[in-house]
Design a protein around this ligand. Structure first.
Ligand SMILES: Nc1nc2c(ncn2[C@@H]2O[C@H](COP(=O)(O)OP(=O)(O)OP(=O)(O)O)[C@@H](O)[C@H]2O)c(=O)[nH]1
Ligand SMILES: [Mg+2]
Length: 213
């Protein structure tokens, strides 16, 4: 059984100075509003409503911390970040969250890797590239989950994966990998679960270098 299945909600934060300061490792889930971040966390943790998932875009407007526990001991965190690119958010709010996201991604020490959720039908957008641009400066790894791949056929997904692999080459020095994913059809769960556990619980370079396609 995956260690991620032992996840529980721990806290919600709105300001960077209130982030946990226990030094435990964390992995953040970022992506456009409605891309499927909360759904991906739920399915990886094998729980229906751990992270709130919704048909209404712009639902996650705080930074939610989910703890991974072994019995009562807190081991690490999964972090659900607010979605970006939701048109109905006013400019002031959107600027506020952009500032928070960029600062968090660039300077958060316990953050060991970024999971970027990208809607397979949409592909990598400018805003996604902005996130990658910020985070890749840190040299920490990025893994892209091409969510909702159940809504496309095999050849569309294949072409998308090839495109993405080409697009991310421009970013250095982070190692960037990508895979197809579907929360509803449980596609790509095993690979992503393995990668997340490696980032959180081993952190050894060799183990993180497993190539994922
Ligand atoms: N078909 C399909 N639908 C999905 C998948 N993942 C998410 N959805 C649906 O997409 C919608 C948005 O999913 P969420 O997980 O709430 O997206 P989010 O990125 O957390 O959205 P915000 O919190 O608003 O930024 C929901 O209706 C989900 O059921 C998937 O892999 N396949
Ligand atoms: Mg959400």
């Amino acid at each position: 059984m995956s260690k991620l299945h032992q996840a529980r909600f721990v806290t919600t934060v709105n300001e960077l100075h209130t982030l946990p300061d226990d030094g435990l490792r964390e992995i953040a889930f970022a992506g456009r509003s409605n891309a499927g971040k909360s759904s991906a966390i739920n399915v990886l943790c094998n729980q229906k409503r751990l992270a709130f998932s919704s048909k209404t875009p712009g639902r996650t407007q705080h930074i939610n911390y989910f703890g991974i526990f072994a019995k009562e001991e807190l081991l690490a965190y999964l972090v659900d970040l607010p979605g970006y690119g939701y048109a109905a958010v006013d400019q002031k709010t959107s600027r506020h969250w952009n500032d928070i996201l960029s600062t968090y991604l660039q300077s958060r020490k316990p953050l060991v890797g970024l999971i970027l959720i990208v809607d397979a039908r949409r592909g990598l957008t400018e805003l996604d590239e902005q996130m990658i641009g910020w985070f890749s400066q840190t040299s920490k790894p990025i893994h892209i989950l091409l969510s909702k791949s159940d809504k496309q056929n095999f050849s569309e997904n294949r072409a998308l994966l090839e495109n993405i692999q080409e697009q991310v080459k421009q970013f250095t020095p982070s190692k960037i990998t990508a895979q197809l994913f579907s929360s509803t059809k449980r596609v790509g769960l095993e690979e992503s679960d393995k990668l997340i556990q490696n980032w959180l619980f081993t952190g050894s370079k060799e183990e993180n270098d497993v190539s994922i396609s």
